[in-house]
Design a protein around this ligand. Structure first.
Ligand code: BGC
Ligand code: IFM
Length: 817
């Protein structure tokens, strides 16, 4: 391969990705915050912050899809007061200024960006401390010259007027409502305080101020951008107070630095709410209540607090990631499993699909389907949060077993705008609950009362919700006995009932989407898998009668798949509204789709009669590329209303034959189920971001986390990734590598060690916490595990007998060649 550019390297010791040139192909971002206060931050300090809800509690402003990309951020300017030269150590927003030794270190929930110019070095550490609703910027400025230096430091953020949607559209109102207050050198942003009277932001600095600014036009100067702020150019703040227009926050600090001296300046940006019955600030007062926040601000402006807050954050991540670590012959695997994939799973859990470089924070709620899958990737780390999340999701389920496609994070109510009719949705709840039970053994969870559609009085045990999920599919079978697809299944864009939610667009059917008779082989595969999981759960509860019923239902559906869903060399995809087959050799385009090959095999369909292996060979022959496995072939060359949105994408992008990374791990898992470790691991490495670091110029997205999509072989930009960070890809890749290739797999009865490794590996080592005990595992050999030595005692098979909580157990898994 030709020598391609890299933009950085992994520092595994520190668990950081180090970017050493700022002009990455796209903004390479990271996340701040772990609980309620969050932010995104790019390698050039772009990004924004919010409290809980990226739409309704947006603290700072950001401009998506701008030129240049990634405008709006947490900016610091340094000014050499002797010469007037000024720059930003994060490169943006002053990219014309040359920097020495630029470096951005993205770590776990923190980012450090630094560089030097003309002998003045500045580095900023950004993080949001645990348990607080604020973020800290710790700036260290060092004079590396041989003479003393006089420098000015300016901070700069632009406030968003809280509701990010309104902020970017409703200018007739918003140009008049911006309000700030500056008291004791703290900038308070209180737009909306007047009306709602309960929340405000503050921005404070540890040093005495030479001045401040809160009106954008004063700070930047008329018709100027962030690259040339008039105040910074002049070296003097204007003490402006915003009345409407665009409130900003900027502090001006002057520093006199001896040769070699380092000074630390701390900025704190935070969010606060007043209690409704505020005694200090009676209704009608227009002054922000500082009584509660002042002590918080003072605490976090102290160097010791910041040092400890940062140490605590690092310790928090040590604790979280300590639950599973592996040492394999492949460094890219270790790095992803031990650090970055686990991190991405937690970030995705926190953010769902709300805020990233591609999700604007205003659009999407929590997905019923997505959230159930996300938890597969972090349930071993934070089982209690998975539990909470499952209860929230299940409470939005409807009494007929159906699901709202999304719910709102603040209200936790099903979202009526998007509604229901994605007929795969309910089945994912069974998979989510099964994963939680396998991890924790917490059977009592199934008896937890959970309402339907959040209706008080409708509570039923969680187990009943699972029954109804399965029933939902059985109540909706189509002409071939396959599940009706409704508006769409996992593939949102395969709209076979020709549903259109765009007013004025033609409907081909007279019914609505859910009324059509299109059927999904994918849902059939998912049903078989879910029915077997529920049978396992029923067995655990001693409900043997139900177990038999669910196993029979799984078997019957598997038979239907074999009869109507098999195309001769692979599983078909669907039948459309007219009964025409989709994903078949009979079609001119879209002959073979990845999803049913993965999901039918995951359900166990075709494992015994060889169909599974045949289908996987077809995937290898027709869909696999060096950059991953494409979603279908041949790509649709034009729009087809009877297929819907899938055909609206140009060939090779997104669902139209893009490498939709979420689906690839299903094939990896399927390959392990037919015993093909070489192929499974080969597919794994094709997507592994760390393994793709060497082709960063082609891949373009961050090399430390997965992207949703890589352009497929029909695309002019084959290999280019998009939509990084918030994707089911994170959880499923984690499951594929840890549970199926490395084979450390929680099961209802305990922890299973069932690796299916690539040939040539001598084995690997792992440490895994499970139900309170710690297992130190050595796998020897690359064949299937036949027996274990558990603390030296021979155990037949591959299931570790559960140990007492607190125990440290040594396990050797012996594989035959
Ligand atoms: C898909 C989009 C689609 C949207 C609609 C997304 O998950 O990737 O292409 O438009 O869902 O549901
Ligand atoms: O399955 C969906 C997911 O729910 C959201 N992103 C796209 C996927 C495929 O359409």
């Amino acid at each position: 391969m030709e020598d391609l550019l890299r933009y950085g390297y992994f520092d595994d010791e520190q668990r950081e990705y180090v970017i050493d040139r700022p002009d990455t192909p796209l903004p390479w971002i990271n996340y701040l915050g772990t609980d309620a206060y969050f932010g995104i931050v790019s390698n050039t300090a772009g990004g924004y912050s919010f409290y809980r809800d990226a739409k309704l509690r947006r603290l700072t402003r950001y401009r998506y899809n701008n030129a240049p990309l990634d405008v709006g951020g947490r900016y610091v300017y340094v000014r050499d007061d002797a010469t007037g030269d000024y720059w930003s150590p994060s490169w943006q927003p002053t990219p014309e200024r040359e920097l020495d030794g630029y470096e951005c270190r993205h770590g776990l929930s923190y980012t450090k960006i630094g560089s030097a110019r003309n002998g003045i070095r500045a580095e900023t550490l950004y993080f949001a401390p645990l348990g607080e609703t604020l973020e800290v910027w710790r700036v260290r400025v060092t004079n590396e010259r041989t003479e003393s230096a006089e420098v000015s430091l300016f901070s700069a953020i632009e406030f968003c007027l809280w509701d990010a949607q309104d902020d970017s559209t409703n200018f007739q109102r918003n140009y008049s409502i911006g309000q700030v207050e500056v008291v004791d050198e703290v900038i308070y942003h209180k737009t909306e305080y007047r009306e709602r009277r309960d929340h405000f932001a503050y921005f404070a600095c540890s040093e005495p101020l030479a001045g401040f600014d809160t009106q954008r036009e004063s700070f930047l100067g008329a018709y100027r951008g962030w690259d040339r702020p008039a105040v910074v150019e002049a070296g003097a703040a204007k003490d402006s107070i915003a009345h409407g227009w665009q409130p900003v926050g900027s502090h001006h600090v002057r520093l006199a630095l001896e040769p070699g001296e380092t000074r630390e300046v701390i900025f704190v940006l935070g969010y606060a709410e007043n209690p409704k019955d505020d005694k200090f600030d009676p209704p009608g007062s227009q002054t922000v209540n500082k009584t509660r926040v002042r002590p918080v601000i003072e605490r976090w402006l102290r160097s010791e607090t910041v040092e400890k807050g940062y140490a605590d954050l690092r310790a928090y991540w040590d604790g979280l990631l300590g639950g599973l670590s592996v040492t394999t012959p492949d460094g890219d695997t270790d790095r992803m499993v031990n650090i970055w994939n686990a991190y991405q799973c937690l970030v995705t859990f926190n953010m769902s699909r709300s805020a990233s470089g591609y999700e604007s924070g205003i659009g999407r709620g929590m997905g019923f389907r997505d959230s159930n899958q996300d938890l597969l990737g972090f349930v071993h780390i934070l089982p209690e949060r998975a539990r909470e999340r499952i209860l929230d999701i299940a409470a939005t389920q409807k009494a007929d077993g159906g699901a709202y496609h999304q719910y709102q994070p603040l209200t936790k109510r099903g979202n009526n705008d998007i509604g229901d009719g994605f007929n795969d949705d309910p089945l994912w709840l069974i998979l989510g609950v099964a994963a939680y039970l396998k991890e924790t053994g917490d059977l009592a969870f199934l008896d937890e009362p959970v309402p339907f559609d959040n209706e008080p009085g409708s509570e039923a045990p969680l187990y009943e919700h699972l029954r109804r999920s399965l029933r939902y599919t059985l109540d909706r079978l189509g002409p071939h006995g396959l599940p009706l697809i409704g508006r769409a299944d996992w593939n949102d864009c395969l709209n076979l009932n020709c549903f259109s939610d765009t007013p004025g667009e033609p409907f081909q059917t007279t019914e609505n989407a859910s009324g059509g008779v299109a059927e999904s082989v994918f849902i059939a595969g998912l049903f078989v898998l879910a029915a077997k999981e529920l049978a396992g759960i029923a067995a655990l509860r001693g409900q043997d009668g139900e177990e038999v019923v669910y196993r029979a239902a799984a078997e019957k559906m598997a038979g239907t798949v074999t009869e109507h869903g098999w195309d001769g060399a692979w599983f078909r995809r669907a039948y459309d509204f007219y009964g025409n087959v989709i994903g078949s050799g009979e079609n001119d385009e879209g002959q073979i789709f990845i999803e049913p090959q993965g999901m039918c095999v995951l359900g166990g369909v075709g494992l015994e009669d060889g169909l599974a292996a045949r289908a996987l060979d077809s995937v290898a022959e027709r869909l696999a590329t060096p950059h991953g496995i494409v979603l279908q072939q041949p790509a649709y060359s034009g729009y087809r209303i009877e297929l819907g949105e899938i055909s609206s994408y140009p060939p090779g992008y997104k669902e139209n034959a893009g490498i939709f990374c979420h689906t690839n791990p299903w094939i990896m898992i399927a390959e392990t189920m037919v015993g093909n470790g070489d192929r499974a691991f080969d597919y794994y490495r094709r997507l592994n971001p760390s393994a793709r670091e060497a082709i960063s110029e082609v891949h373009r997205c961050e090399p430390y986390i997965y992207a949703q999509m890589i352009a497929g072989k029909d695309a002019p930009t084959h290999g280019e990734a998009k939509n990084s960070w918030l994707t089911g890809t994170a959880a499923w890749n984690f499951v594929a590598i840890t549970q199926w290739i490395l084979g450390i797999r929680p099961d209802f009865g305990g922890l299973r060690i069932d690796p299916v490794l690539p040939g040539g590996w001598p084995g690997f080592e792992a440490v895994r916490s499970f139900r309170g005990a710690t297992y130190e595992i050595s796998v020897r050999g690359t064949g299937r595990v036949t027996h274990l030595l558990v603390d030296g005692e021979r155990v037949e098979g591959n299931l570790i007998p559960p140990a007492a909580p607190g125990a440290v157990v040594r396990v050797e898994a012996i594989a035959t060649a």
